[in-house]
Write a protein that binds this ligand. Structure first.
Ligand code: PLP
Length: 417
C-alpha cells in the first residue's frame, strides 16, 4: 500500500506554531534545512526554557536553602516551585516524593545503591526485561556483584513485546525488585507496565519504572500506576540537561539510607555522627542544578500547555505515516513492531551499515541516530549490531517524515540497493 500524502491528514495540531518556539530548528545544516529526528537521544528546548534559565542566572542566581538574603529566597522559591510542578506532572501524592537528580541514570543508580543495598542480599533476584537501556541494566549488575544477587530477564518476542507469561513465571520468593522501562528507546515498545506492576505487587515485589522515553510522550500518573519508583530525565522532556526526577513512594524513600553525603542533606553533624535531613533533601547532597530544576519546571508547564494527549496523537500520526512509507521498501526491516509503540522507528537496511545510513542522512540535513542505542541485549535479540533510528517530538512534521523517506531513498542509491 502506498503511503498517504501529507494532505490526506488534516492535523489540527498547531505544529507550525510550536516550531516557532524552538529557535534551534530554524537553521540549515550542510546547506539543507535541519530535520531533527533524534529526539529519543535528546529533545530541543523551547524559548520558554532557554529564557527561564537565562533569567535565573541574570536576576536570581544564589544558592538555595542556606541564604537569608533576597536572591537566595527567590532561588529557593523557584527551586521549590519546580519540585511542585514535577509532582503535579506525574501526579505524585506529595512533593517530598520528588527527588531531583541528574537524570534517569542517576535515579536508577541511586535506588540500586540505597534501597538495593539495604534490601537485596546473596541469592536474591532482580527482574529486568530484554529491552532495557543500559542505564537500567548496569546499575543492577553492579548491585548484584556487590551483594551476590542475580538478574532474571523477561524475554521479548519477535515484535518487541515482553512475553508476559514468562515474566510472570520469573517470580520466586527470592525476587526483590522489578526494574522495567515504560517505553523502549531502541524499539519503541510501550510496555503494559500497569499490568506488570500488578503482577509484581501480587508477589509483594516493588517496581521501579524507567520513564526516560515515556515522560515526553504520554501522561504519567504514578498513583494510578501504583509504581514504587519512577525515573525520568529533564532533557528528554524539553528541559535542560543535567536534571531529572526520581519519584519514590514516601515510605520507601523514608526508609532508604542516603545516597551521597555532604551539605544540604543533613540536620545536624558532629564527629560522633550525623542526623539526616528529611526526604527529599536526604538524597540531594551538595549544591544542586538549580537553574536546571527551574528550567525543567518551565518545560513541564510547556508540555502541559500543549497537552500530552495531543502530543501523543500527533507523534502517533507521524509514526503511522513513516511506518507505512517505509513498510514496502525492499531490504528495509523495521526493528520493533510492538502492539503499542511510541513515536520512534528503528530500522536496518540490508547492505548498508547503520552508521553509514546516519552519515548519508546527515549530509541531507536529517539528524537521526545510528548505533546500539545503549540497548545491546535488545539488538542481540534481533540479530543486529546496530539500527538507524528516527524519533519524533511535538515539533516534527509530516514533511519532515517525507525528508526522512527521501534520505533513505538516497542511501539506497548510494549503495545501489
Ligand atoms: N532509559 C532509557 C529508556 C533511555 O532512553 C535513556 C536515555 O536515552 C536512559 C534511560 C538514560 O537517560 P539519561 O542519559 O538522561 O540518564
Amino acid at each position: 500500500m502506498s503511503a498517504p500524502s501529507p494532505t490526506q491528514f488534516r492535523p489540527t495540531f498547531p505544529v507550525e506554531r510550536i516550531r516557532e518556539d524552538f529557535p534551534i530548528l530554524h537553521q540549515e545544516v550542510r546547506g539543507k534545512p535541519l530535520v531533527y529526528l533524534d529526539n529519543g537521544a535528546t529533545v530541543q528546548k523551547p524559548n520558554a526554557v532557554i529564557d527561564a534559565t537565562a533569567r535565573y542566572y541574570r536576576h536570581d542566581n544564589a544558592n538555595v536553602h542556606r541564604g537569608v538574603h533576597a536572591l537566595s529566597e527567590r532561588a529557593t522559591a523557584a527551586y521549590n516551585a519546580a519540585r511542585s510542578t514535577a509532582q503535579r506532572f506525574i501526579n505524585a501524592d506529595d512533593h517530598r516524593e520528588i527527588v531531583f537528580v541528574r537524570g534517569t541514570t542517576e535515579a536508577i543508580n541511586l535506588v540500586a545503591q540505597t534501597w538495593g543495598k539495604a534490601n537485596v542480599g546473596p541469592g536474591d533476584e532482580i527482574i529486568l526485561t530484554e529491552l532495557e537501556h543500559h542505564a537500567n541494566i548496569v546499575p543492577w549488575q553492579l548491585l548484584c556483584e556487590q551483594t551476590g544477587a542475580k538478574l532474571r530477564v523477561a524475554p521479548i518476542d519477535d515484535r518487541g513485546d515482553v512475553i508476559l507469561e514468562v515474566y510472570a513465571e520469573l517470580f520466586s520468593e527470592r525476587t526483590r525488585l522489578v526494574a522495567v522501562s515504560h517505553v523502549s528507546n531502541a524499539l519503541g515498545t510501550i510496555n503494559p507496565i500497569r499490568r506488570m506492576i500488578e503482577t509484581a505487587h501480587a508477589h509483594g515485589v516493588p517496581v521501579l519504572v524507567d520513564g526516560a522515553q515515556a515522560a515526553p510522550h504520554m501522561r504519567i500518573d504514578v498513583q494510578e500506576l501504583d509504581c514504587d519508583f519512577y525515573a525520568f530525565s529533564g532533557h528528554k522532556v524539553y528541559g535542560p540537561t543535567g536534571i531529572g526526577v526520581l519519584y519514590g513512594k514516601a515510605a520507601l524513600l523514608d526508609a532508604m539510607p542516603p545516597y551521597q553525603g555532604g551539605g544540604d542533606m543533613v540536620r545536624r553533624v558532629s564527629f560522633e555522627g550525623t542526623d539526616f535531613a528529611p526526604i527529599p533533601y536526604k538524597f540531594e547532597a551538595g549544591t544542586h542544578n538549580i537553574a536546571g530544576a527551574i528550567g525543567l519546571g518551565v518545560a513541564l508547564d510547556y508540555v502541559n500547555g500543549i497537552g500530552l494527549e495531543s502530543i501523543a496523537a500527533h507523534e502517533h500520526r507521524l509514526l503511522s505515516y513513516a511506518t507505512e512509507a517505509l513498510a514496502d521498501m525492499n531490504g528495509l526491516r523495521i526493528i520493533g513492531t510492538a502492539r503499542e509503540k511510541a513515536g520512534l522507528l528503528s530500522f536496518v537496511i540490508e547492505g548498508a551499515h547503520a552508521h553509514d545510513i546516519g552519515t548519508i542522512m546527515d549530509v541531507q540535513g536529517v539528524a537521526i541516530r545510528a548505533g546500539h542505542h545503549c540497548a545491546m541485549p535488545a539488538m542481540q535479540r534481533f540479530g543486529v549490531a546496530a539500527t538507524a533510528r528516527a524519533s519524533f517530538a511535538a515539533y516534527n512534521t509530516l514533511e519532515e517524515v517525507d525528508a526522512l523517506v527521501t534520505g533513505i531513498t538516497k542511501v539506497r542509491e548510494v549503495f545501489r540497493l
